[in-house]
Ligand binder design. Structure first.
Ligand code: AHR
Length: 496
């Protein structure tokens, strides 16, 4: 058995918990929109064609903000295709995913869905094939109350109230050669800056996100952020990070520690942004919007047969997540929370069917993947301030990251109590975690749950939807306060 320790002291706070940490993403990709959030004719469909079963699970997941409509999709998207009478909307080729886009769902339907789900919409503009004018048109269409051609079009389409979208992404992954309209950092930085400046003329209070790198392994990583921010520093609020992880060649130890890369990624981007700020003699601080993160088996995708026709809503990126995925995922959540001083928004990519916590059958059932649970628990219980817990833990050697801690943890502390979120990455040994809670005075464990399974590759399916789900952890001792974390597990310990 491993021994580990952490300390809870409300005096040592990192930052407030940011509700936008619990964002997700809906892209016109595969079955995320069609037969995901939207399926008229489904037994649970509401009057707008939205699946009520998916809406219910979105609420249960505790989602705060949802990014839309892409992703790679947005870089070829004409937003006007998705407004007006549905029967008159054009069908278009979607180059990003080699699919046919029917445009049955557009910005008005998406915002309506957001209102029903109780989430904030976050919109991306197309800076791949389009530019400043189209971004301004979309902003005016969405947010201007009425009395102009575009805002009156929205009103005529049934959305009387402005959509009031605060957060806008200036394009998507334009550093990536796969992106339609791929650009150099300088080309993108200029376009992002001028688009932001113009959008701010309509509304200075918008929150604008410049595209950072598509991953810390990109050849332009670091230089891209510096160049883009040198152009856009004064007119944007965020720089984005995107990261996906998977197990390679059966190397479970490295995979469970993939948050090591996320931590490095965040620190590097923050340092780069601050160094640009210093050079510009600016007192402003740029935050990180980690607006795509997840486990994604991209190598499987690469090996899949390429699409030769242009299907509508094909099955794409429908990864099935197992226990080990959920534990690696939990490590990523811990890292996002621990960096709440600079990561003030994040979007799990994506919400339904496409590398998603929620899965559906067309016309049929809905179920929670293993990764649903760490997200839902963290969103439900992370409140107040994030605490610096200074874990003391044994380490192990990994091929990808060298020495890494066996246990990783973070805690939050608010009016309703204190919650510890912890992962045990050991494949074969439990961790006996001692929690020094003296600074909290007389608290006890009110609930301890663990997400684990004897088979780390066990997963949930439509037929067995609850194989991987949090269960009560019976191994709790009161004095000293100790909780046993099973091998390969995600754990939530609530104290009050
Ligand atoms: O989330 C899937 C894809 O991953 C997105 O469309 C793109 O932005 C990223 O490469």
């Amino acid at each position: 058995m491993h021994q580990a320790k952490l300390t809870l002291d409300p005096a040592f706070t990192i930052a407030p918990v940011r509700r936008r940490t619990f964002g997700t993403f809906v892209e016109h990709l595969g079955r995320c929109v069609y037969t995901g959030i939207y399926e008229p004719g489904h037994p649970t469909a509401d009057e707008d064609g939205f699946r009520r079963d998916v809406l219910d699970l979105t609420r249960e997941l505790g989602v705060s903000v949802v990014r839309y409509p892409g992703g790679n999709f947005v870089s070829g998207y004409r937003w006007e295709d998705g407004i007006g009478p549905v029967s008159q909307r054009p069908r278009r080729l979607d180059l990003a995913w080699h699919s046919t886009e029917t445009n049955e769902v557009g910005v008005d339907e998406f915002v309506r869905w957001c209102r029903k789900a109780g989430v904030e919409p976050m919109m991306a503009v197309n800076l791949g094939t389009r530019g400043i004018a189209e971004a301004l048109d979309l902003l005016e269409y969405c947010n201007h109350p009425s009395g102009t051609a575009l805002s009156d079009l929205r009103v005529a389409g049934g959305s009387k109230e402005p959509h009031g979208i605060r957060m806008w992404c200036l394009g998507n992954e334009l550093d990536g050669p796969w992106q339609t309209g791929h650009k150099t950092a300088h080309e993108y930085g200029r376009l992002a800056a001028e688009t932001a400046r113009a959008m701010r003329t309509i509304d200075p209070a918008l929150e604008l996100v410049a595209c950072g790198s598509s991953g810390s392994g990109m050849p332009t990583f670091g230089a891209w952020e510096a160049t883009v921010l040198e152009e856009a520093y004064d007119v944007v609020d965020y720089i984005s990070c995107h990261a996906y992880y998977q197990e390679h060649d059966g190397d479970l130890g490295s995979f469970l520690a993939c948050s090591t890369d996320m931590e490095y990624f965040i620190r590097s981007v923050v340092a780069t942004a601050d160094s640009v700020g210093a050079r510009l003699k600016s007192r402003k601080r740029i935050d990180v919007s980690f607006d795509e993160w997840n486990i994604w088996y991209q190598t499987r995708n690469r090996d899949a047969e390429p699409l030769t026709d242009w299907p509508v809503a094909p099955r794409l990126l429908e990864d099935q997540y197992h226990l080990a995925d959920a534990v690696a995922f939990g490590g990523l959540l811990i890292t996002l929370l621990r960096n709440s001083d600079r990561v003030t928004a994040a979007c799990l990519a994506q919400l339904v069917n496409v590398i998603a916590p929620i899965m559906t059958e067309p016309g049929g059932r809905v179920w929670r993947q293993s990764t649903f649970h760490p997200f839902a628990q963290a969103s439900r219980h992370a409140a107040g301030d994030v605490l610096r817990v200074e874990p003391v833990t044994p380490s192990y050697e990994t091929k990808a990251y060298g020495e890494v801690p066996v246990m990783d943890a973070v805690a939050t502390h608010g009016e309703d109590g204190t919650t510890v979120f912890a992962v045990n990455r050991s494949a074969d040994r439990p961790v006996s975690l001692e929690i020094d809670a003296r600074a909290l005075g007389g608290v006890r464990v009110v609930e301890a749950t663990t997400l684990t399974d004897p088979d780390v590759y066990a997963r949930n399916t439509a037929d067995e939807p609850d194989r991987i789900a949090p269960r009560a952890n019976p191994d709790v001792e009161a004095d000293p306060l100790r909780v046993l974390l099973p091998p390969v597990s995600w754990n939530v310990i609530r104290l009050a």
